[in-house]
Design a protein around this ligand. Structure first.
Ligand SMILES: [Zn+2]
Length: 250
């Protein structure tokens, strides 16, 4: 009987590991939207705007890495939490990544947090958190379990990423900067690619994606951009990208 239990547990753990590393599709969820602006503080743009921007950049990077991507929204519309859950659960062989920015009455609070519920998603959550915290000056507020509906009701691995505090002067200003949002998307994409394909596969330069496919992997990420006062909007379709060298072209 004991042995039986041990075996059942072993199979279940292996299923967790397999499912969290065999996905082919990422459901990218831009938090809030439409009448739901999310966090709206003095230093940053409305949360719904920056979540959509980071989610769009992330989606492009993941498509460049040969993943299928489903976005829960691609413009400024309200999507209910139940609809988001329906989208994630009707997308087979997927992981779900929800993008948010944070808010606090205490202006000094800053940093990244990543949430998950199912043990299926723990490793992905930790990888995303680690990658975000490799950004220069990042504050690591940890990986936590949470009862957010989009992670609680998910049948596939699901994480929710808090990409910094709009209520904090420095992170709010950084959220206005397109280069910085590109960096956030880049680190999250890197974590997802590495979760699926292992370290050293991710490519950070989109403009050289095609010519780089034959060359050696470049595991070293570019240095984070210096903080800029003026917002610099990277035009869509440009900026860092990625392409696993082991995978065929677009
Ligand atoms: Zn939010």
């Amino acid at each position: 009987m004991q042995r039986h239990l041990f075996f059942a547990r072993f199979v279940s753990v292996m299923r967790f590991v397999y499912q969290s590393r065999s996905f082919t599709t990422i459901v990218v969820d831009a938090g809030h939207g439409g009448r739901d602006s999310g966090a709206y503080r003095r230093y940053g743009p409305p949360e719904k705007t920056v979540t959509l921007d980071v989610a769009t950049r992330l989606s492009r990077k993941l498509r460049e890495s040969q993943f299928n991507v489903v976005m829960t929204r691609t413009n400024d519309v309200f999507i209910s939490l139940d609809t988001r859950v329906d989208i994630e659960n009707s997308t087979p062989n997927s992981v779900f990544v929800s993008i948010h920015f944070n808010d606090s009455r205490r202006r000094g609070v800053k940093g990244f947090e990543t949430y998950y519920r199912s043990p299926y998603a723990a490793e992905l959550a930790q990888n995303i958190q680690n990658r975000l915290c490799s950004i220069k000056g990042a504050v690591n507020r940890g990986v936590h379990t949470a009862d957010y509906r989009v992670v609680r009701k998910a049948i596939y691995p699901a994480v929710l990423v808090e990409c910094g505090y709009l209520s904090n002067r420095s992170e709010g200003h950084e959220a206005r900067n397109g280069d910085y949002r590109e960096l956030l998307a880049d680190r999250i994409a890197q974590a997802i690619v590495e979760q699926r394909h292992g370290p050293g596969v991710y490519r950070t330069s989109a403009t050289t994606t095609v010519s780089n496919q034959e060359s050696q992997p470049q595991p070293q990420a570019p240095p984070p951009p210096r903080r800029q006062r003026k917002p610099v909007l990277a035009p869509p379709g440009e900026g860092p990208g990625l392409a696993p060298p082991t995978l065929s072209g677009h």
